[in-house]
Design a protein around this ligand. Structure first.
Ligand SMILES: [Zn+2]
Length: 126
């Protein structure tokens, strides 16, 4: 099961999910403000308290900030590959997710809110 998330905290991976697409990036990574390369923040040098990439430029958090655009292409590719879609919690209210799934009318998305763990358990038994 692939998880596509807007969460940037890495908790899906820490919880053991193996295939996670962090659509809005990860706070555990930095992105170069000059060349746009992305780096794991583990063990990188810093200058004035700001991490430096291996390209020797400052890194910003590798996350989507408010007002930045997340292209539809990547999300559309993921939805095209999907055999099923389950919206968990707040994802059901993300207009980019909703619109991408709307472009796959053959998918009948499911929605889980509240006790998501129990909902997933029920779905796995269908
Ligand atoms: Zn760079």
């Amino acid at each position: 099961m692939r998880i596509v998330t807007t969460a940037t905290d890495g908790l899906h991976r820490q919880a053991g999910s193996r295939e996670v697409v962090e659509l809005y990036g990860s706070v555990w990574r930095g992105r170069c403000i000059e060349c746009d390369r992305s780096y794991s923040l583990n063990g990188l040098p810093e200058q004035d308290g700001i991490p430096l990439g291996l390209c020797a430029h400052w890194l910003r958090p590798d996350v989507v900030w408010p007002g930045e655009w997340v292209g539809h292409k990547r999300l559309d590719e993921l939805v095209q590959q999907a055999q099923a879609v389950v919206f968990l919690g707040e994802a059901a209210h993300n207009p980019q997710f909703v619109e991408a799934v709307r472009r796959r009318p053959d998918l009948a998305p499911r929605y889980l809110e509240g006790d998501i763990e129990a909902g997933l358990r029920d779905l796995s038994q269908e």
